[in-house]
Design a protein around this ligand. Sequence first.
Ligand code: ATP
Ligand code: MG
Ligand code: FE
Length: 342
Amino acid sequence: MRVLGIETSCDETGVAVYDTDRGLLAHALYSQIALHAEYGGVVPELASRDHVRKLLPLVRQTLAEAGLAASDLDGVAYTAGPGLVGALMVGAAAGRALAWALEVPAVGVHHMEGHLLAPLLEDPSLRPPFVALLVSGGHTQLVEVDGIGAYRLLGETLDDAAGEAFDKTAKLMGLPYPGGPQLAALAETGRPGAFTFSRPMTDRPGLDFSFSGLKTQVLLAWQQSDRSEQTRADIARGFEDAVVETLAIKCRRALEQTGIHTLVVAGGVGANLRLRAMLQAMAEKRGGRVRFPRPAFCTDNGAMIAFAGALRLMAGQHEDAGVHVTPRWDMAALPEVASDRA
Ligand code: ATP
Ligand code: MG
Ligand code: FE
């Protein structure tokens, strides 16, 4: 089955074609970063309008790269939530209309399920049960995955998401939007231990997170410092180490608590090299394994939506002819897919 995947939940237009026999055939991404940079954050209405401009050309480009005509598609998957309502509507309306014209089924995909299943797209031998660490711009969650669609929330952030903490911390030290990746790059030249910040909520039991206090600690350290380039890098390193170690401590705890040996990591912060290295070391030490998508499939992309949609379409799920999106959507509410993968 060949499935077109469409992602428009925020500020990235992503399109891909996934073939359930041959794997990923093509994928393309258009990022709106330059459009939103002067405002220091995503402007929802501008995002919607830019998705309108870019989506269909990107669909044509992706089909051409896959060597397919639209009529070769057997299904369409689009992100139906969570996300910005206007941005979601663009992908949902286009995806639904395309499926209707082609007389193939369409399915609305949960964006976080897309992120969560991205490691399986990369490694088809991966099977539940596993523990997933979802670390993105809007979410920080530990999820026990017992099957496709069988998700049990083990813990989540009580305030800022990990990616949001990276972005806000970068901003308060004057780095341009979007700051997360830039802060991580700056941390490479920072000296470990020059600044030490707390590992929030690791001193008590439980799997929840809290990152907003770290931001305040960084702000104070930055304001009281000489504000030199080296200091900025040192603080970035201290902040990154605090976030990464906190995430690793909670991942280890989640594996111990569930007795599961496989950890998968997904979402934009999963692209962070220090996080990847630390979780790799932790998993090896415990005799388990950790899997990440390639960095480009950690952040938003169409491939994860095509893949998650293909699993659900193969299981017979599809939408009616209406265009529906769900800007706020709990992943635990998803139906379980009874498939031989699970
Ligand atoms: P959500 O998926 O929760 O709706 P989102 O789609 O905006 O949020 P993603 O696209 O998955 O989030 O990830 C973007 C986030 O990842 C940003 O907050 C960004 O700062 C962060 N990020 C990307 N690369 C890195 C990196 N190398 N180190 C740390 N953070 C990173
Ligand atoms: Mg994004
Ligand atoms: Fe995302």
